[in-house]
Design a protein around this ligand. Structure first.
Ligand SMILES: Cc1cc2nc3c(=O)[nH]c(=O)nc-3n(C[C@H](O)[C@H](O)[C@H](O)COP(=O)(O)OP(=O)(O)OC[C@H]3O[C@@H](n4cnc5c(N)ncnc54)[C@H](O)[C@@H]3O)c2cc1C
Length: 396
């Protein structure tokens, strides 16, 4: 039975609903709207019906008691004692969310020999640190991590749980959300609190063409992952608390089916995510050789070279340089976009840069809407002129 009902005595046969249905689920018979099985309950027709002759019978979501959930938790991802920078970035944003809600900000530290990490979490502003310290947690593995975290969440009931959108963070958050039967929004670019105390989780949707704000109204915790460099890292300070809660590992080593044999570090000469200055090129550079003046400018400034997806897809520069939704998210002090139009998917990866300079021969290019400084002109004239000036001023 389709979930959409037509009130036949109310329907005037105007057919407005038929043309807006994206699934071809509505037609007219004897001047009355008729619904077929293609209806997905999307609700697009409800807004256009002038007489409210359409009724959507959505199944009621299971309502859980979420009133006891309080607090913001951040997972402090670490690998052999080195914390992923995104964890501290999330502590900064977590502090903002906790303040807006009037609740505690807590860090979750899992690992082995974690005392230094616990102290670091306190310096990054944690009101409380939940710790599970055990040899089974020395390196990240899904099952022992979820087994240790899930009981803590069930017992202490945070309303928000944040993790970095790293390989490990994405893995943990997905498995934990499934275990806890709650929602998870991946790769958020914005996190705010609405007037009902709900976490507004904003992320690109439909191939990055729109920004969607997602809520988790009926389940807790509200879980989100955030890519590195989306939020600013706060400065560590003297701890204002020494509240530590110790949890249990919950699994013995022999119960964990996955074993870590070795770690092989991938050698890569490019790490645009950590660069303070990025000179980035797009289709406007015209070919692989078009990156040469950009490399020269980057070298003089001590920066790295970035690229749009158009330049990467054309094979002009390797993927490791790509900035944007399907590339790296960067947050340098200075981002110089050369011959890049400013598609939403590109801007999603660089718009939080401190200063953005755009060089483009099209004065209408969207990149100028977010640029602090815009230079309209040919990059092949402007970039070498900038390099010359910087060389002279920096004595290089
Ligand atoms: C799902 C999805 C994910 C995507 N992910 C990404 C992503 O991660 N990163 C990304 O960048 N894109 C991504 N894209 C692609 C994105 O939509 C754009 O197609 C792409 O960013 C365009 O790259 P561009 O600005 O280099 O090229 P164009 O849009 O073609 O712009 C070229 C610009 O160069 C200017 N120009 C040309 N010659 C010169 C010159 N001599 N001097 C100065 N200016 C000049 C032109 O005026 C123009 O504005 C994604 C798209 C989809 C659908």
């Amino acid at each position: 039975m389709p979930p959409l009902k037509v009130l036949e005595d109310v329907c005037t046969g105007c057919a407005s609903c038929v043309s807006v249905c994206p699934f071809g689920a509505l037609s007219m018979q004897n001047n009355i709207a008729v619904v077929n099985d293609l209806c997905t309950a999307c609700g697009a027709c409800l807004d256009v019906c002038p007489v409210e002759a359409l009724v959507l019978e959505r199944p009621q979501a299971e309502v859980k008691d979420i009133s006891a959930y309080r607090g913001v938790w951040v997972w402090v991802e670490q690998h052999y004692g080195t914390v992923a920078g995104v964890a501290w970035e999330l502590m900064g944003q977590g502090r903002q969310l906790a303040n807006d809600l009037g609740v505690e900000l807590a860090a979750c530290v899992l690992g082995h020999n974690t005392e230094a990490l616990v102290q670091e979490a306190l310096r990054y502003g944690a009101d409380k640190v939940y710790v599970v310290d055990d040899p089974t947690l020395a390196v990240y593995r899904t099952t022992p991590y979820v087994a240790a975290l899930a009981p803590l969440v069930r017992q202490y009931k945070p309303e928000i749980f944040l993790a970095g959108a790293t390989n490990r963070g994405r893995d943990l958050a997905g498995a934990l959300a499934t275990e806890l039967d709650t929602g998870l929004t991946a790769d958020c670019t914005g996190l705010t609190i609405d007037e009902k105390r709900q976490l507004q989780q904003t992320r690109p949707a439909f191939g990055g063409n729109i920004m969607a704000t997602i809520l988790t109204p009926n389940h807790r915790p509200q879980m989100a992952t955030v890519r590195p460099r989306v939020f600013a890292r706060p400065e560590p300070a003297a701890p204002h608390s020494n509240s530590i809660v110790r949890g249990k590992p919950m699994m013995l080593e022999e119960q964990v089916t996955s074993k870590v044999v070795d770690f092989i570090v991938e050698e890569s000469s490019v790490n645009i995510a950590d660069a303070r200055i990025i000179v980035s090129g797009g289709r406007g550079v015209g070919g692989p050789e078009g990156f040469k003046p950009l490399r020269e400018l980057a070298e003089v400034l001590g920066g790295a070279v970035g690229a749009s997806r158009a330049a990467v897809d054309a094979g002009w520069i390797p993927y490791a340089h790509q900035v944007g939704q399907t590339g790296r998210t960067v947050r340098p002090d200075l981002y110089i976009a050369c011959g890049i139009s400013g598609a939403i998917q590109h801007m999603a990866g660089m718009q939080t840069s401190r200063v953005i300079v755009a060089i483009n021969k099209d004065p209408e290019a969207p990149i100028f809407t977010i640029a602090n400084y815009g230079i309209v002109g040919d990059l092949f004239q402007i970039v070498p002129a900038l390099t010359k000036q910087f060389r002279a001023r920096l004595g290089k």
